[in-house]
Design a protein. Sequence first.
Lengths: 234, 234
Amino acid sequence: MHKYSKQTRILVAVDCIIFGFDGNELKLLLIKRGFEPQKGHWSLMGGFVEPGESMDAAANRILLKLTGLDKVYMEQLYAFGNPERDPLERTISVVYFALLDLNKYKDQLSDQFQAAWFPLKKIPKLIFDHHDMVNMARAKLRYKASLHPILFELLPEKFTLPQLQNLFEEVYNTSFDKRNFSRKILSTGLLLKLTEKDKDSSRKGAFYYKLDKKHYKANFHNILRFIPNPNDFI
Amino acid sequence: MHKYSKQTRILVAVDCIIFGFDGNELKLLLIKRGFEPQKGHWSLMGGFVEPGESMDAAANRILLKLTGLDKVYMEQLYAFGNPERDPLERTISVVYFALLDLNKYKDQLSDQFQAAWFPLKKIPKLIFDHHDMVNMARAKLRYKASLHPILFELLPEKFTLPQLQNLFEEVYNTSFDKRNFSRKILSTGLLLKLTEKDKDSSRKGAFYYKLDKKHYKANFHNILRFIPNPNDFI
DNA sequence: CATTATAGGTGTCAAAATAACACTTATTAA
DNA sequence: TTAATAAGTGTTATTTTGACACCTATAATG
């Protein structure tokens, strides 16, 4: 079993930063930690990596446990390895972040974990170095979303341009000119206009769009300039 | 010591992908593995994370052992955690990549590890999943260098515009128009023109430049478009 | 039924950035 | 003196950008 006999084995955890958009605000899914140390404090959803389980598998297992769903956009963010980060025992945490449409998962959160959505502006005190993780994830989200069409993962399948712009404005904490915004977004060819309108948020109604999946996948890695000067908004 | 008593502890390694530029080619520093399994095969420089040591500290220790130097540009790339990746025992590897001026370190490589530089086009067979690591690092280098002035880390303190262009062309395996290239690079304000010329590579000689360190640090995170369509070159 | 309030949707223009393109210059070796 | 070589530079047409203001569709109101 232990073939590299002289080496020290270390606890490895996975923590998930789960971003959700409710159509208005960008939020984070947090849980009340169920065991010591720091039992009862707010925390990212995490767990230890099990034998025979890859990092991705661990992250997906944890996400499934919390939200009840898989097939959510998720990517590895960073490995946090400060030896003091967990005061009880040295633990390395490999952090993932996920993006999802909050409304889709609202009613199926596992009660077991006392999970709750918090607006990014009102994050409670978190355990350990979880604030550092969240900050890095926010920076990464902004960075990546300024270049790649990643924010669609936070929206429902059908969405309107005002909703999309609202999401961008929420992420970058600024506002954009709607004429320039729609020109830039539509020029990517990623969106298909539907005939149906959303009549909930205005009298006139706003046309729904959906992603042109084929185009989306093909162009996902292309570098687009969604945000003029992303660093102005950090 | 083991407070989370029911959890499995795992071996954690750090592997370093060390890119070096010799003025002509982009190369990778590899070693002959000194222990089983796969003893004698080419490998990235790596080692196990020690108790009380952070990930960054482990990566720097490993780099120091191999090249004899610290203060080299290095960043974390990804945590590789496929449970089968090391056939002897499950090991998670947190991978870092470093950029350095190959000529600066040429003569001080530790003999102990039988280290050698390999052009990226002629990488030998590597152990485990080290090829995946290298491929991810190359993609990351291209991605990042298309947006940020990161390639200067591969050059000596004084360098000429033709040398810099040559490096970009090596990284992207293409060629650029030198008029447009120099316009774009100089427009960043990152470079200071020196009065001295490099007379080695031409009769006329090419002016040396150096980084304007202050400007470099202030603008490092800004997104610049060094490469028109980076994805065309992947 | 006419009016009003509201958010959605669209076009122009000047400025800036880009990509394509070719000639002159400095220097050394012959 | 000449020839060879790589360095260095400027123009133009096209595209992209950012700033800006008005009209439209609809539901609610009186």
